[in-house]
Ligand binder design. Structure first.
Ligand SMILES: [Zn+2]
Length: 147
């Protein structure tokens, strides 16, 4: 997404909202060079779907993911725009793949992979929710891997 003012190719998403009725995403972006702010409407070609472990299919929900990420990063001083970028990155990867359907397990791994790079504490917090640890050993194994 190029800046409409100076043409710089790198812009930062500062806010992202899905427009339920039109299946489009409204984004506030800021140019990394001149800090010009502008709004884009990005249309989703096909709705992305998530298949849960019990077989039910749900629409890929950015907001739901954001709530989970915000819970995981509470008091970690991570800018919301970083989380938006993380979700953007996942959405981009999903849209680049051959299918519009992803299993919740694969989606969880995609989140964890990115969260691990962003913040280790947030990663552990999110993992504990997302992977639904069966017992404490499983959780400790996860902790050990990070040492
Ligand atoms: Zn600019």
């Amino acid at each position: 997404m190029h800046c409409p003012k100076c043409g710089h190719p790198e812009t930062r998403v500062i806010d992202s909202r899905s427009q339920e009725a039109s299946n489009a995403i409204k984004r506030r972006r800021e140019c990394r060079r001149c800090h010009h702010r502008f709004t884009t409407f990005e249309r989703c070609e096909d709705p992305l779907e998530v298949t849960k472990s019990d077989g039910t299919v749900q629409a890929f929900d950015r907001n739901k993911l954001m709530v989970g990420l915000m819970r995981a990063t509470i008091k970690r001083d991570i800018d919301t725009s970083k989380l938006n970028e993380l979700i953007d990155d996942i959405e981009h990867e999903l849209r680049s793949s051959a299918t519009t359907n992803v299993s919740s397990h694969v989606l969880g791994d995609m989140v964890l992979k990115r969260l691990e790079r962003l913040d280790k504490v947030a990663y552990i917090r999110f993992a504990s929710v997302y992977r639904d640890f069966k017992d404490v050993d499983e959780f400790l194994d996860e902790l050990k891997k990070l040492r």
